[in-house]
Design a protein around this ligand. Structure first.
Ligand code: PEP
Length: 250
């Protein structure tokens, strides 16, 4: 039996204005109110954080950001620091999402610096890893995951870290890893975390699955022994479908 509390996290990417985010956040909080034993987090864009924090106040739904810069302040135009995220009401932050790796030059090294900054500020980092289609087809999945986890988390204390396994070929494509494919990667990631941080720590860490999660496939994914929740893009944009995932399809 799993003892880790599941986390269902929504990544709203570059969607929604502040009023739209606040409205959906209120609806998500209503949908989450009936779900026991599961944590819920939503990550709107930076400009929506303050409005969303107000909408979520007192609801128990956590607020996350989609990125963080590793310095606390300074001349870094366009960047947002950990203390700023905390002040805006965030408890979580997504780090190293594949879209940031693909379009904005994020590397395992920058992921490491950002994760370190999140931990330093007391934010829970949700660190994304995952192979591309070509890497999977080339039989490189486990090698890629090994590198991303080791380098991304090297030298950090991992107690509060959440890892999200997001096969790049499954993000926003409608293709989902089968529950068995996901479980294989999750078990492997947990074994790498065990080597990095010790078996006891690794057993307590949550590893989320991400990639076209929908109400209809949430239950079979969540039934797997090493899948501890979901990082959800498209289906988190509506409280109705996100609510279905929060209830694991029920
Ligand atoms: C994501 O953006 O992290 C994601 C998993 O997206 P989607 O659910 O749309 O595939």
């Amino acid at each position: 039996m799993k003892t880790r509390t599941p986390l269902i996290a929504g990544n709203w990417k570059m969607y929604k204005t502040p009023p739209e985010a606040a409205e959906t956040a209120r609806a998500v909080a209503a949908a989450a109110a009936g779900a026991a034993g599961v944590e819920v987090m939503i990550a709107p864009s930076f400009v929506c954080l303050t409005e969303t924090a107000k909408a979520l106040a007192g609801t128990g739904v956590f607020l996350g950001a989609q990125d963080i810069f590793w310095e606390t302040e300074g001349a870094f135009t366009g960047e947002v620091s950990g203390p700023m995220l905390k002040a805006a009401g965030c408890s979580h932050v997504i780090v190293g999402h594949s879209e940031r790796r693909q379009f904005f030059g994020e590397t395992d090294e920058s992921v490491n610096k950002k994760t370190r900054a999140a931990i330093r500020e007391g934010l829970i980092p949700v660190v994304c890893v995952g192979e591309t289609k070509a890497e999977r087809e080339g039989g490189l999945t486990l090698k890629v995951l090994d590198r991303q986890v080791r380098r991304g988390l090297e030298g950090l204390s991992l107690e509060t870290v959440v890892v999200a396994y997001e096969p790049v070929w499954a993000i926003g494509t409608g293709l989902t890893a089968t529950a068995d494919q996901a479980q294989e990667s999750h078990a492997f990631i947990r074994s790498v975390l065990g080597e990095a941080a010790g078996k006891n720590v690794a057993e307590g860490l949550r590893i989320l699955y991400g990639g076209s999660v929908k109400p209809g496939n949430a239950a079979s994914l969540m039934a797997m022994p090493d899948i501890d929740g979901a990082l959800v893009g498209g289906a988190s944009l509506s409280a109705e479908s996100f609510g279905g995932i929060i209830r694991f399809g029920g």
